[in-house]
Design a protein around this ligand. Structure first.
Ligand code: TYD
Ligand code: MG
Length: 451
């Protein structure tokens, strides 16, 4: 016979121990260890319930993706929801998770399928109110105000939905565990149960997860490891734009970002993403430059703003929002070394419009241009886009997908692009776009400041 054992885990950080401890060795918090029962050990010689099958014996007919009705969400998911998978949607409270998922439920229901929407957070009246606002009235969406995860399976068997939405994972609980809903052991247990149901029933699951102040999903990262797909829904409260970002995806790339806008009638897709990241042209604004970053499979034109101002006594400040702080320091160091600008006596602040975080190194030239412009107090031509990676030696290095970037530059109505000259041999540029090539940072400064 198997024997039931239990372990203790920290509610805050997930640290595990075989005995109870007053202070968690993982995060130094007091009184956070709770007992959780472990599954019974399998008795030897137990009968198998699954069979090993050859790879090609699994029919590919079954592998179909369920569309969410939102192209931008499908893009981040890698083409839609995969049946049997569990998708975790994380985000700050009020960012629009419930709104988005209600709209997804509507799209799936319109496709003739049923959906279960488990709302542990809001009353059914509140969900109904939101649905009226969104003009959603589909009888194929079943609302459920149930927090006991053990009962979910029964509802799924009864209703046989294609999609199950659990809003949120922090509000459901398993009666087998003594700790409160939202604690690490409850999160882990409930997610494990849901994953089990998903795999056995071949339904797609969306779990809503709240994010703590420091940006991680509430509870430690246990959930991220367990589920198939993790998507973050981001955005600043003051802007209507929302960004969907894939963190993990077992069925696709995590480079894609999806753009949505919160309107009076729910979330709508952003048709022309580049508009989001450009502010309307202001004449004579020092320190702003437009660059083309590649996010996932598409180019986006993005505006960077910098402010270079004399620093007080002590260490000059470098502050970056939207790119890695170290990248900014590196670009400043190259500029200082190669141009003789006295940036060490200046504070440099940098901001990327729209709240994206840029990892593509080809925005270096745009950042450098903005810094130079602010330092020299001369505006850059507002019809020009700067694309290129800056090497430590001051060379402007070539970037991938230059053609696609230039296409976007032209589409957005810009007249000129400054690009790396290094790989220009037999390149054909578009006739109505002036393309200027630069090889080094010195050449670049001559071009934009003296030219
Ligand atoms: P909600 O989906 O409840 O956020 P979450 O589930 O992530 O906590 O979104 C709430 C916000 O969205 C709220 O501030 C009101 C706003 N909103 C709109 O602007 N338009 C709409 O059509 C809806 C339904 C909500
Ligand atoms: Mg909500």
């Amino acid at each position: 016979m198997g024997k039931s054992i239990s372990r203790f885990s920290c509610n805050k950080c997930g640290y595990e121990s075989s005995k109870w401890l007053g202070k968690c060795p993982g995060c130094d918090a007091w009184n956070t260890m709770v007992e959780e029962p472990l599954e019974k050990k399998t008795a030897p010689g137990r009968r198998r319930t699954t069979e090993a099958v050859p790879l090609n014996a699994i029919s590919d007919q079954d592998i179909r993706r369920l569309r969410t009705g939102r192209g931008e969400l499908d893009r981040v998911l890698g083409g839609g929801m995969v049946p049997g998978s569990v998708i975790l949607l994380g985000g700050d409270p009020g960012i629009g998770k419930s709104t988005l998922l209600l709209q997804v439920a509507d799209a799936v229901a319109r496709g003739g399928k049923t959906v279960i929407y488990l709302s542990g957070e809001e009353s059914l009246k509140q969900v109904r109110l939101r649905s009226l606002r969104l003009d959603i009235n589909n009888p194929a969406i079943y609302l459920l105000n149930e927090q006991d995860i053990d009962l979910l399976d029964g509802y799924i068997k009864e209703i046989d939905p294609e999609l199950v939405i659990v809003d949120s994972i922090q509000t459901v609980y398993s009666p087998d565990i003594s700790s409160i809903p939202g604690s690490v052991s409850q999160l882990r247990e409930c997610t494990a149960r849901i994953i089990n149901i998903a795999k056995n029933s071949d339904k797609a699951f969306f779990l809503v997860g709240h994010v703590t102040k420091d940006g991680a999903l509430a509870g430690p990262r246990v959930l991220e490891h367990m589920v198939d797909v993790v998507i973050y829904f981001e955005g600043e409260k003051n802007y209507s734009f929302r960004l969907l970002r894939g963190i993990k995806n077992r069925f696709g790339s995590t480079d894609e970002i999806g753009l949505m806008e919160m309107s009076g009638r729910g979330l709508v897709e952003v048709v022309d993403p580049s508009y989001v990241f450009l502010s309307p042209a202001l004449p004579d604004s020092n320190g702003t430059a437009v660059t083309a970053s590649f996010e996932g499979s598409r180019p986006l034109l993005i505006e960077v703003q910098t402010l270079v101002s004399a620093s007080g006594a002590g260490y000059p400040r470098r502050m970056a929002s939207g790119i890695d702080q170290n990248r900014l320091a590196l670009i400043i160091a190259v500029l200082e070394k190669k141009t003789g600008y006295n940036l060490a006596a200046n504070d440099v602040y940098l901001k990327v419009t729209g709240g994206v975080f840029l990892k593509d190194p080809s925005v270096d030239l745009g950042i450098a241009a903005a810094i130079i412009s602010s330092y020299r107090e001369r505006p850059l031509p507002s019809d020009t886009v700067f694309i290129g990676e800056l090497s430590l030696t001051g060379q402007i290095r070539s970037v991938p997908f230059l053609d696609l970037r230039l296409k976007e530059v032209q589409k957005m109505g810009y007249k000129r692009a400054v690009v790396p000259g290094s790989a220009s041999k037999n390149r054909v540029y578009r006739s109505d776009l002036e393309v200027l090539e630069v090889n080094t940072i010195e050449e670049f400064i001559d071009l934009i400041m003296e030219g």
